[in-house]
Design a protein. Structure first.
Length: 122
């Protein structure tokens, strides 16, 4: 777009993306979390006729600040977005349940409070 190259890469496992990131020269990243990523079966992506989800513990493990993947991201973080995607998460309640898990992992006090801060960053 506008003379810039934009490459899209797909990785089948977390280990594959970790290995790729460790050898890149990227020094600025935007961390964009789409909550429908945490669905396993999702009618909107052609997988099943009802929604199923990662467990809370699976989400916590994936997004933990102790993983090399998340550490790599936060060392280079220049922006952070969360797309709640209620329609693609099976409704607003399910979307908010996933959002609450992310809130618990990264923010203290809660994300929607006046004095919201990152749990792990000073």
């Amino acid at each position: 777009m506008q003379g810039n190259t934009h490459r899209i890469k797909k990785f089948k496992t977390l280990k594959d993306i970790e290995q790729h990131l460790l050898i890149t020269t990227e020094n600025q990243v935007y961390f964009d979390i789409d909550l429908d990523f945490f669905t396993i079966n999702n009618p909107y992506s052609g997988k099943g006729n009802k929604f199923t989800y990662m467990t809370k513990q699976q989400i916590v493990n994936l997004l933990s600040v102790d993983t090399p993947f998340i550490q790599w991201i936060f060392k280079r973080l220049v922006g952070f977005t969360i797309a709640t995607e209620p329609k693609h998460c099976g409704g607003i309640l399910q979307s908010n349940k996933i959002l609450d898990t992310i809130n618990m992992i990264y923010f203290k006090p809660d994300i929607f409070t006046e004095n919201c801060n990152w749990r792990h960053m000073k």
